[in-house]
Write a protein that binds this ligand. Sequence first.
Ligand code: UD1
Length: 371
Amino acid sequence: MGEDESSILVMKLLHIVGARPNFMKAAPVIHVLDHESSVHQMLIHTGQHYDANMSEVFFRELDIPEPDLNLEVGSGTHGRQTAQIMMRFEEVVLENRPDLVLVYGDVNSTAATAMVCAKLWIPVGHVEAGLRSFDRSMPEEINRVITDQIADVLFTPSRDGDTNLLAEGVSQDKIHFVGNVMIDTLIHLLPKAETHWETDQIREWRERKYILVTIHRPSNVDEPAVLTEIMKTLGAISERLPVLFPVHPRTAKALKRMGYTKKNSNFHLMDPIGYLDFLALQQNATAVITDSGGIQEETTYLGVPCLTVRKNTERPVTLTTGTNILVGQDMEKLRIEMDRILSGESKKGALPPLWDGHASARIAQIIASYT
Ligand code: UD1
């Protein structure tokens, strides 16, 4: 990546990544396009996530090349972060004049860079288009709607994505149902994750039963009363089965502000962990409790029961076909559903269509024929 290409027959393609969930989506697309001689790729990291355990470790484990540029925007309010990304990315676009910019998922980096492109008439491709929670209080939902209105090529992971886009007036010829790129990465790296049990951080859990937790949504962590109830319930669950909770920086800061101290030695709070360790822990977990989007999908693929601490999901296929159950912020429901799982009555799921490890190859084929 990064060398100058002079041939007009070569498409100049920019990939945008910024936050943790972007990395596992971009990786397989970058890898498959590496074999496409008609495409010259550049990778731009906005720097939205900057801690080594939120970014660097993923580049290493997913074998993503060094970014050609890091915009180093860092954290800030939504307005500030979005504006910083737009200001810095506009210069990159003006200098490089790409033929196509690929954006991933629904984070601030996704919508901010798509907006810059739209104003400069640079075509945008959106990987993971069409997902809707229909809950505009979530910043991600705003990012999804904006990005999809702007994008010229929309790659959907599930059929509900196509339906949502058509309902919003996106024309059918822009929409491509390709499947789930995150599952491409999972399938590719699952064998390697299984060898990762030797790492110090997770070794002791290999032969043990546990529940894996991730909670980081603003709606769950920014309000102390809500987070207190969640932590209380997780603490109670850990009295029955150990709970492992790699804590996102947003959640860590909220817990610190609250002066939280855990009372049960079976409740293990840890620093954020890398992709391979997390995948190994997920596959082996008795159940996963989460508010993440991607983890709802990964547990569905792995057939692991998932309880989602949200009132809605933009990934309904994980409910209708997969192993996911929404419990909202109702901690009684979380306890009841966990009881069911622990007594062996967990929901059995199946695989959604085209979650087969080849979504990135389908995207590459469409891009290669894009003019
Ligand atoms: C972002 C995404 C969210 C995604 C999540 C995954 C948006 C609107 N949200 O949320 O969809 O699920 O990433 O992690 O884009 N921080 C650090 N180190 C870092 C990054 C963040 O300490 O490397 C802290 C900072 O205090 C920051 C806070 O986490 O203010 C939140 O970071 P931000 O990027 O604003 O949003 P996330 O909550 O990470």
